[in-house]
Ligand binder design. Structure first.
Ligand code: 6PG
Length: 241
């Protein structure tokens, strides 16, 4: 766990980690983005002149860990937010990999994205020595969900499929979801959680106490980092102030 002073420092630290993962791989790079409000400042930073000029856009592919099953034109669409904030102005279009929400239903959308991920990876099975992603960004919801893997839902137990349809969300927005599964998300060099703000205090306290929830079960086969800010940390676990 890394503690940042505030939301801005947290986004800057996240941007530094994105750049470090990019710098560590001289070949093709795969980054799995996330939705919700937590990564928005990071996306703004990556699109700003200082950072965008340092990103080797021709070598980076951008995926998304979960999607709300709404059209791309809907403001709830996670990848649309990332595209509008930094990708469309910078990334080659063929290297932006949204979860297709024009499919008939979330299961069909999940199957299509699994095919896309497997084609990119070049194999049907994930090999522990060869991670799918360099970096997977994550957030944690108020019920301890991460990506669109909700506590007590069957999708959190998935061990085979890479992507699943989730017919009903446990928290707002109550639209069907499509989510990468724990094994697919784990196939990365680094999984980076961003957890910031006072509203996150109750759930971060439960996560730090080791409660078994999707956000604690989601682990990288490589490094797992929780980037949190002071406001999200409860008094008792803040320390060092
Ligand atoms: C989504 C997200 C989800 C998110 C958490 C945290 O589609 O909603 O991918 O997993 O990361 O719910 O959301 P906030 O960042 O909005 O608090």
């Amino acid at each position: 766990m890394i503690v940042a002073a505030d939301a801005e420092a947290l986004a800057l630290a996240a941007a530094d980690r994105v750049m470090a993962r990019i710098a560590a791989n001289p070949a093709r790079i795969a980054i799995c983005l996330t939705g919700g409000s937590s990564p928005k400042r990071l996306y703004q930073l990556l699109g700003s002149d200082v950072w965008r000029s340092k990103i080797p856009w021709q070598r980076v592919h951008w995926f998304i860990g979960d999607e709300r099953f709404v059209p791309e034109s809907d403001p709830l669409n996670n990848m649309a937010v990332a595209r509008a904030t930094f990708l469309d102005r910078n990334a080659p279009p063929g290297q932006i990999h949204p979860i297709p929400t024009s499919a008939d239903d979330p299961d069909a959308s999940a199957a299509a994205y699994a095919r896309e991920l497997k084609a990119f990876y070049g194999a049907e099975q994930l090999e522990p020595a060869r991670p799918l992603f360099d970096l997977v960004l994550m957030g944690a919801g108020p019920d301890g969900h991460t990506a669109s893997l909700f506590p007590g839902y069957p999708e959190i137990e998935e061990t085979t499929r890479w992507v699943v349809g989730v017919p009903k969300a446990n928290v707002a927005p109550f639209v069907p979801r499509v989510s990468l599964t724990l094994p697919a998300l784990a196939s990365c060099r680094e999984m980076l959680f961003e957890i910031s703000g006072h509203d996150k205090q109750p759930i971060l306290t439960r996560l730090v106490n080791g409660e078994t929830l999707p956000a604690t079960r989601a682990r990288s086969n490589g490094e797992t980092v929780w980037l949190v800010d002071q406001a999200a940390l409860a008094e008792g676990i803040r320390g060092g102030r």
